[in-house]
Write a protein that binds this ligand. Structure first.
Ligand code: NAG
Ligand code: NAG
Ligand code: NAG
Ligand code: NAG
Ligand code: NAG
Length: 478
């Protein structure tokens, strides 16, 4: 592995030399050459030679920090896994996880769409057969500062970060990252993500369009896709309670009480409403995995069953009872927390170079608890971004009870979009992958039997969804 990576490094150094020579004989200035040389050095410094326990791969990987705010000392951590085959002709896809406060390295990269999975002893990696980097260059970003390896030198930042700063810093990240990787400057960019990234993704898309309006070097943003996405407080909450009732997780009585007592528009519930949520979860749900209501929970090493996840509260659901995600291997998050805290792993990643004072965690509770600002609804953003001509896809794993399919459908219905292709089942390997409807300006698709982290539970089906999205084609009708 080491030898192979070294060879690759030599090849790329030779290439760099060629480029420099070529530029030298053209009309470019010495200053330009110097800048280009610095960029290449910066990029090379970020190259991942090999991660501990990693199988052989034929794609290039880079990771490291990009400073997004000098005054506060905020730096965001990224991990780029390029496509093995013709990476230069493939788009760039940014993936974001939600929380708020959760890491794209922990979830997106290690459990969902990334090329590697962490094995059961956290001592090695194995290949994900349905990784999305077959079709695109994948950029995982830990955002905002305070998530994963991303840090701030101003500790008070952790107490007042919200949607606003996340969008601003993520935009700065993209601009500066492209300076480091000039080959991506004019590349087609798609932004993807799930859950609370239902806020980050359209907010970042808007920030990019705003930046482009006044920039000589616009970012070539083509579209975005979000899954089980937090979208609109009122319709998300209504849809969630309705899902619980329609999936027999709660009684008729509790359902009616929730509907009649809770003001779904409010950020903070009244005590009366809060106690109804607590009753539903403690007395009626049972020990299920709310992120995939039909999956088994994690069997901990001590033999006990129960939550492996951080108990995150989404801002529109301020009750504290969220339980873990689970899938084929419901303990995957645990492996990540062991693996990414290993000093040899951090060294290989060029991560934690400033000796961060706390451990790497899949989600930051501090950020989550102190989230400063959140949009009540991102539907107005959808209208704006559709008008700007972006390709927009919204998907939903239909056995998630945290941001369920009913929530997405209620929310999207508010857009009153004209149907272009009526509701139909879409197929993967002759099985119904889910259902879809194509509207003017937006495509909606469900993924049958998938929980909150769709690519974790239905990797093959999710890859088809991603391919169709990238191609801008309707999902397969057979
Ligand atoms: C944060 O502080 C450390 C220690 O002083 C420094 O090395 C690092 O460059 C700072 N980070 C940023 C982004 O300014
Ligand atoms: C994990 O990977 C390491 C390194 O390849 C290997 O030694 C170990 O046996 C693997 N463990 C499991 C449970 O697969
Ligand atoms: C749960 O884990 C314990 C110890 O690791 C093991 O003995 C037990 O068989 C497991 N139970 C199930 C249902 O997998
Ligand atoms: C960073 O490294 C220090 C040791 O130098 C370690 O104590 C800390 O847990 C690490 N933090 C993260 C976020 O990786
Ligand atoms: C916190 O939220 C308020 C609005 O609720 C906003 O005006 C302020 O800029 C936010 N603070 C930061 C640091 O983003």
């Amino acid at each position: 592995m080491g030898a192979m990576a070294k060879e690759k490094m030599l090849v790329s150094m030779a290439l760099a030399l060629l480029i420099t020579v070529h530029v030298g004989t053209s009309t470019s200035t010495a200053a330009h050459q110097a800048t280009q040389h610095e960029e290449e050095e910066e990029e090379e410094a970020d190259r991942i030679v090999a991660l501990p326990g990693q199988p052989k791969v034929s794609f290039q990987q880079f990771s490291g920090y990009v400073t997004v705010n000098e005054v506060a000392g905020r730096a965001l951590f990224y991990w780029l896994t390029e496509s093995a085959d013709q990476p230069l002709s493939k788009p760039l896809v940014l993936w974001l996880n939600g929380g708020p406060g959760c890491s794209s390295v922990a979830y997106g990269a290690s459990e969902e769409i990334g090329p590697f999975r962490i094995n059961g002893t956290s001592s090695g990696l194995y290949l994900n057969k349905f990784a999305w980097n077959t079709d695109a260059n994948l950029l995982f970003l830990e955002t905002p500062a305070g998530v994963g390896f991303s840090y701030t030198n101003k500790s008070s930042d952790l107490m007042d970060t919200g949607d606003r700063r996340t969008a601003e810093d993520s935009l700065q990240f993209l601009i500066r990252w492209m300076e480091r990787f000039p080959r991506y400057k004019n590349r087609e960019l798609f932004i993807t993500g799930e859950s609370y990234a239902g806020h980050y993704v359209p907010q970042l898309a808007r920030a990019i369009l705003k930046y482009n309006a006044n920039s000589k070097h616009p970012i070539n943003l083509k579209g975005f896709m979000v899954g089980n996405a937090v979208t609109d407080n009122y319709y998300d909450n209504l849809g969630t309670v309705t899902y619980w009732w329609s999936h027999a997780m709660i009684s008729d009585k509790t359902y009616h009480q929730l509907i009649n007592t809770c003001d779904f528009r409010r950020q903070k519930n009244s005590n009366e409403c809060e106690s109804l949520y607590v009753y539903a979860m403690d007395q009626e749900f049972g020990n299920i995995d709310q992120y995939n209501i039909y999956a088994p929970p994690c069997n901990h090493s001590d033999g006990s069953f129960g939550p492996s996840r951080q108990t995150m509260c989404l801002p529109h659901q301020p009750h504290k009872k969220f339980r873990q995600l689970s899938g084929y291997d419901p303990c995957t998050e645990k492996y990540a927390e062991v693996y990414y805290n290993r000093p040899d792993v951090q060294k290989a990643f060029h991560a934690n170079t400033t000796r961060i004072s706390y451990k790497w965690t899949a989600c930051s509770e501090v950020l989550n608890r102190n989230w400063n600002d959140t949009d009540v609804s991102v539907l107005p953003l959808y209208r704006e971004l559709m008008a700007a001509g972006l390709r927009i896809w919204v998907f939903s794993g239909d056995v998630d009870s945290v941001v369920p399919v009913t929530a997405s459908r209620y929310a999207l219905a508010q857009l009153n979009l004209k149907t272009k292709v009526p509701w139909y089942p879409w197929y993967v390997k002759k099985q119904v992958g889910g259902w879809t409807e194509i509207y003017e300006g937006l495509t909606f698709a469900t993924v049958r039997g998938a929980g909150h982290e769709v690519p974790l539970y239905k990797p093959r089906v999710a890859l088809q969804l991603f391919r169709s999205f990238l191609q801008g084609k309707p999902l397969p009708k057979s």
